[in-house]
Design a protein around this ligand. Structure first.
Ligand code: ADP
Ligand code: MG
Length: 266
C-alpha cells in the first residue's frame, strides 16, 4: 500500500469530528451559550473546564442533540446535527437523522444511569441491539470483551446495585463503547464518586485516550486534564474564554478568569 499524503485524504476524513459554530442557546431570558465555536479533531481528547453554570453540560447536550440550539450549528463527522443547509438556508434535521447521528456518539454522565433490572452484561448489550439492530450473539461477545477492557469481566452477571460507583461508571463506559461511537462525551464522569474510586475510572478513560478514542470530557480533575488532553477549553459565562494545549492553558493561562478558576479548583 502506498503512503497517503495529507493532501490526498478526502475532505470528510480530514474534517474535524465535531465542529461547533456560533452555538447560541437560551433558557427563557438567560442566554447560556453565547456563540460557542469548537473543533475536535479525530483521535484527540478535548477537556472542557469551567465554573458551575458556565454552559458545559448544555454544550455537550447540544452536540448530542439533546438540546436544540437557537442559532449556529453542530457538525458531527461532516454532517450537521440539528440543521441542514439547503439553498443556503438552515433547516432542522428529521428525527430519524438525529437518532442516527446520536447513535454515533457515546455519552457518559455523572450519574451512571444503568438499567437496575438488567445485569451488567445486559446493560452493555441492550443499546447496540435496540438502537443499531445488531445481532445479539455477536454483540454479546463484543460486550464481554469490552467488560474485560474496563476490568469487569468477572461482573458480567452482577446487577448494578451490587457494584461500587466506580465499577458502575466503568460499565457505563463499556456500554458507550459498545455503540462503536465516533466520539464519546463525558460529563463530569467522576464527580459522583467517592474519592478513592475516581482513579479507576480515570485510568479507563486514559486507556481510551491512548487507543486514539475521540473524546470531549467535562471534568474538574486538573491533573488528569494535563495528562490526557490534547486541547483544554475554558468556558465561562457561555463563552470560550481560552483554548489550547494543556501546557499553555493550565500552566500559563492568558486570561485572568482562567487563572482565577484554576486557583479555585486546584
Ligand atoms: P454547567 O454544566 O457548566 O454547570 P449547564 O450547561 O448545566 O452548566 O447550565 C448552564 C446554565 O443554564 C445554568 O444557569 C443552568 O441553571 C441553566 N440551565 C441548564 N439547563 C436548563 C434548563 N433545562 N432549563 C433552564 N435552565 C437551564
Ligand atoms: Mg454540568
Amino acid at each position: 500500500m502506498s503512503a497517503v499524503t495529507h493532501a490526498e485524504v478526502p475532505a470528510e476524513v480530514a474534517a474535524p469530528v465535531v465542529q461547533v459554530r456560533g452555538a447560541r442557546k437560551s433558557f427563557g431570558h438567560h442566554e447560556v451559550l453565547h456563540g460557542v465555536d469548537l473543533d475536535v479533531e479525530r483521535g484527540t481528547v478535548t477537556v472542557v473546564l469551567g465554573p458551575s453554570g458556565s454552559g458545559k453540560s448544555t454544550l455537550l447536550r447540544a452536540i448530542n442533540h439533546l438540546e436544540k440550539l437557537d442559532a449556529g450549528y453542530v457538525g458531527v463527522d461532516g454532517e450537521l446535527v440539528g440543521v441542514r443547509v439547503a439553498h443556503g438556508r438552515l433547516h432542522e434535521l428529521s428525527e430519524r437523522a438525529i437518532l442516527r447521528q446520536r447513535a454515533r456518539i457515546g455519552f457518559v454522565f455523572q450519574g451512571f444511569n444503568l438499567f437496575p433490572h438488567l445485569t451488567v452484561l445486559e446493560n452493555v448489550v441492550e443499546a447496540p441491539v435496540a438502537a443499531l439492530r445488531r445481532d445479539r450473539g455477536e454483540v454479546r461477545a463484543e460486550a464481554l470483551a469490552l467488560l474485560d477492557r474496563v476490568g469487569l469481566a468477572d461482573k458480567a452477571d452482577a446487577y448494578p446495585r451490587q457494584l461500587s460507583g466506580g465499577q458502575q461508571q466503568r460499565v457505563a463506559i463499556a456500554r458507550a463503547l459498545a455503540l462503536r461511537p465516533q466520539l464519546i462525551l463525558f460529563d463530569e464522569p467522576t464527580s459522583a464518586l467517592d474519592p478513592e474510586l475516581v482513579g479507576e475510572v480515570l485510568a479507563v478513560i486514559k486507556d481510551l485516550a491512548a487507543a486514539g478514542t475521540t473524546m470531549i470530557i467535562v471534568t474538574h480533575e486538573i491533573g488528569f486534564a494535563r495528562e490526557v488532553a490534547d486541547t483544554v477549553v475554558f468556558l465561562d459565562g457561555g463563552r470560550v474564554v481560552e483554548q489550547g494545549p494543556p501546557d499553555e492553558v493550565l500552566t500559563r493561562p492568558r486570561h485572568a478568569r482562567t487563572a482565577a478558576f484554576l486557583s479555585r479548583v486546584r
